[in-house]
Design a protein around this ligand. Structure first.
Ligand code: COS
Length: 382
């Protein structure tokens, strides 16, 4: 067993850390406050390979592995979780879907633009009435005699929806077939029949711009179908397995930022004539934060490593996402408590970490769905 990172992984981590600290962190409070989408920073991340981390060089990406992607997303999330959401979705849901299931022509057409950050990608599975129960989707993609599809319906909670150029869309093409009736399509949002709703005001990750999208008699050409007709649900589930490693990485970044702020604070803050870090109740919190943070990172690296080896990683990705998201929530909660009034104040970023952490327990499969996936895979009982 070797716990060391490769030279390439460390270089990418360093690039991500530098951009995160020099460009993202200084404007994180502004983006959180205004909800303004950080387009300029996203372009910069794209120019440095961070919008297509695992995309091979021939398609314009950094050609790195999943472990490198974990390290990079952690650095970005430690500076600002909203940026990390945009990066994770673009990488692990959008680029990954097209690379894994697209034709050579589709890879050439879409991936270079998305991996460079020039065209932002989005992933549309959720609908106003269907989240965890993804097969209950109502958005329809009806196949025509010439092999094209006509799409009608709504999707909601679309990360980068207000700015996305290409969207990997899942729509029901044969409702009577349930999960085997869903087809995946790549949508060019410049075409007629596509409408965007206004950005949702949210508790956290406020700058990641989330909106509803709607299709009215939107025509998808046969060469814009991703994978086979009716294969969409399997595509969505397998891509979400990878996405969950990205969200676990985001959670670790948030947790690390909250933990490091707490370490600095307990060394400096005085009470009863001593730094508060000398009190056992604070020491207990610090030790538990450290254990949960390390466990989350180890489990996420394990899932990433398995994926890089081409081995099954669905259960391990769910274990990582569940552990890391609950660690982020717990650690950011403790960090607010350690900081007392300053933790509750907008003068420090602790309350932002606390708000941002919550989404990691919800999107790309709630904690309840992760438990369901883990238990089903472990027991074989459904
Ligand atoms: N990889 C590949 N295929 C998978 C898969 C995976 N991880 N998980 C399920 N499938 C396949 C199954 O093998 C099955 O295929 P067949 O029809 O060929 O047998 C098919 O998908 C249906 O699977 P299943 O019967 O398990 O589906 P369920 O309706 O019971 O749903 C859950 C399973 C609940 C786990 C799934 O709907 C889910 O993950 N929901 C959460 C969705 C989510 O994360 N939403 C957030 C959206 S992004 S913000």
């Amino acid at each position: 067993m070797d716990f060391s990172y490769t030279e390439e992984q460390l270089v990418l981590q360093d690039v991500a850390r530098r951009i995160a600290q020099e460009r993202i962190a200084p404007s994180a409070e502004h983006h959180d406050h205004t909800g303004e989408y950080p387009l300029e920073n996203i372009r910069l991340l794209g120019e440095n390979g961070l919008m297509g981390i695992q995309v091979p060089g021939e398609y314009g990406g950094a050609g790195m592995d999943t472990v490198a992607s974990v390290l990079a997303i952690v650095e970005i999330a430690a500076a600002d979780a909203a940026h990390a959401t945009i990066v994770s979705v673009n990488n692990s849901l959008v680029c990954n879907s097209i690379l894994r299931y697209g034709t050579e022509e589709q890879k050439q057409r879409y991936v270079g633009a998305i991996a460079s950050g020039q065209a932002i990608g989005a992933f549309a599975l959720t609908e106003p009435q269907s989240g965890s129960d993804a097969t209950a989707m109502r958005c329809r993609a009806i196949r025509q005699a010439d092999g094209s599809y006509v799409v009608n319906g709504k999707k909601s909670w679309i990360t980068s929806g207000p700015v996305a150029r290409y969207i990997v869309l899942f729509a029901m093409s044969e409702p009577e077939k349930g999960s085997r009736g869903i087809t995946a399509l790549v949508i060019d949002t410049d075409k007629p029949g596509f409408h965007r709703g206004k950005a949702e005001p949210k508790l956290g990750i406020r700058a990641s711009a989330t909106c509803e999208i709607e299709f009215t008699d939107f025509v998808v050409a046969p060469d814009e179908v991703l994978g086979a007709h009716g294969e969409g649900f399997r595509i969505a589930m397998s891509v979400l397995d990878a996405g969950r490693i990205g969200i676990a990485s985001q959670a670790i970044g948030i947790a690390r930022a909250a933990y490091e702020a707490s370490l600095a604070y307990v060394r400096e803050r005085q009470a009863f004539g001593a730094p508060i870090g000398s009190f056992q109740m604070i020491q207990s919190k610090i030790a538990d934060m450290k254990c949960r943070l390390d466990a989350a990172l180890m489990l996420t690296l394990r899932a990433a490593w398995l994926k890089d080896q081409g081995r099954p990683f669905s259960t391990e990705a769910a274990v990582a996402k569940l552990t890391a998201s609950e660690a982020a929530m717990w650690i950011s909660h403790q960090a607010v408590q350690i900081h007392g009034g300053m933790g509750y104040s907008k003068e420090m970023p602790l309350e932002r970490y606390f708000r941002d952490a919550k989404i990691t327990e919800i999107y790309e499969g709630t904690s309840e769905i992760q438990r369901l996936v883990i238990a089903r895979n472990e027991t074989g009982v459904r």
